[in-house]
Design a protein around this ligand. Structure first.
Ligand code: CP3
Length: 391
């Protein structure tokens, strides 16, 4: 199956090359939440349209996805489809409001709620076909300028929202489930994973060129709980996705899979060995060289079925509030750290692959950032990640 034939030829494949493990002339760069509230043009759209209306209307989702690409022309190497991780709980039958943060009027209280509050069979095309339409429309509208990323939330992060009923500081309710109802929790996590897998398969077939899974609340779990509860569901997604793509004649390297498990740095080696993702996203709480050592074949074992081909990240998003001097200094530090792990021969041998790197923040960009500071961040990444710049 040739998915690319339906779309304009890609003119900038830097991020695909890095995701496949190639060392690139400079680091490709994109930013989590790059289409969002820090952009005045996004606020304009939001004045006229509800949040989920933007997600559900392919023309609006396309427009908002393209906003950062237009504004930062030539500086971003990927677009990420405008949507939200919470469309999966919606597809499973739950009501989700955005006022202004996410809230579920009727969350899951105990496992006995599952049969009444969740649909048993989910037709992803029927429930989330609007995302597939938005992806195909955006991929055409991008005219091959940059690659398009599709995404979904990780089962654990979605499970936490479905039980907490919104964001939380302590995640006590969701974690109560893990300890009180471990078997029911595992079953629910796999049930969510099935929907996520179908959702990502649909996005790939609609034209997404990379796929990212966001496990934003991995940080709330002990390494043991993360590996007992989140990891099997993450693995379920990658296994099902790769099998479905292979069935359609798409090699598993064709559409790179990125996992961003925020705060799961203690589990990086396990993720590299077992989760089945090509790229691991990093938050800012780990040094890139340490991350590279943790995922290298010498640590995880050469016989691991899937090798990590690249790392992604990892500037503290709050650096963007620090002013130009701080942005330049910290981007330079990030580039030195990733590039030291790439250029330094001894360290390189010690750390092993992956040598490739996709620059990003260590979490999403926040609403108060000045868009011109975001531009400066991107310019600094271009400069200091370039092989032509001596650090
Ligand atoms: O540009 C992009 O990255 C694509 C769009 C995108 C949104 N949400 C749009 C959005 C993506 C990739 C997401 C993922 C998402 N959504 C995550 C994972 C990433 C992360 O930040 O950890 C999570 C946890 C959510 C859930 C969610 N959606 C929250 C907590 C909120 C409210 C507060 C916040 O952080 O913005 C949302 C709403 C949301 N999703 C907004 C946007 C632009 C702002 C809502 C608005 O327009 O009023």
């Amino acid at each position: 199956m040739d998915l690319d034939a339906k779309f304009p030829a890609l003119k900038n494949d830097l991020i695909l090359r890095a995701a496949r493990g190639e060392e690139t002339e400079r680091a490709p760069v994109w930013v989590m939440r790059q289409a969002g509230r820090y952009l005045p043009e996004f606020q304009e759209v939001r004045k006229k349209h509800e949040f989920f209306e933007v997600c559900r209307t392919p023309e609006l989702a396309t427009e908002v996805t393209l906003q950062p690409i237009r504004r930062y022309k030539g500086l971003l190497d990927a677009a990420i489809i405008f949507c939200d991780i919470l469309v999966v709980p919606q597809a499973m039958g739950m009501e989700v409001l955005m006022n202004p943060g996410p809230s579920f009027p009727d969350p899951l209280c105990t496992p006995s709620d599952i049969p009444t509050k969740l649909k048993s069979k989910i037709d992803v095309k029927k429930e989330l076909g609007y995302v597939f339409d938005a992806i195909s429309m955006t991929r055409k509208a991008l005219e091959g300028e940059v690659a398009l990323i599709g995404f979904c939330g990780a089962p654990w992060t979605l499970f936490a929202y479905m039980i907490e009923g919104g964001g939380s500081k302590s995640f006590t309710k969701a974690k109560t489930w893990l300890y009180k109802y471990p078997q029911e929790s595992k079953e629910l996590l796999l049930r969510i994973a099935d929907v996520c897998a179908d959702f990502l398969i649909g996005q790939a077939l609609a034209g997404a060129q990379l796929l990212q899974v966001f496990d934003s609340w991995a940080s709330e779990l002990s390494p043991h709980s993360f590996q007992a509860f989140s990891l099997p569901s993450l693995k379920h997604i990658s296994t099902r996705l790769r099998a479905a793509l292979a069935l359609r004649g798409l090699p598993s390297t064709k559409i790179p899979l990125i996992l961003f498990a925020k705060g799961a740095n203690a589990s990086l080696s396990v993720l590299a060995r077992e989760a089945g993702y090509d790229v691991l996203g990093l938050d800012w709480c780990i040094d890139p060289l340490d991350a590279r050592k943790a995922v290298s074949p010498s640590v995880i074992g050469d016989d691991s079925q899937q090798q990590v081909t690249a790392l992604q990240g990892n500037l503290d998003p709050d650096v963007l509030y620090g002013g130009r001097e701080a942005i330049e200094r910290e981007v330079k530090r990030m580039c030195t750290s990733f590039r030291a792990s790439i250029d330094d021969k001894d360290e390189n041998e010690k750390a092993g692959p992956p040598r490739a790197w996709i620059a990003n923040l260590g979490h999403g960009i926040t609403p108060g950032v000045d868009p011109e500071d975001m531009r400066f961040f991107l310019e600094c990444v271009h400069k200091y990640s370039s092989k032509d710049t001596q650090l």
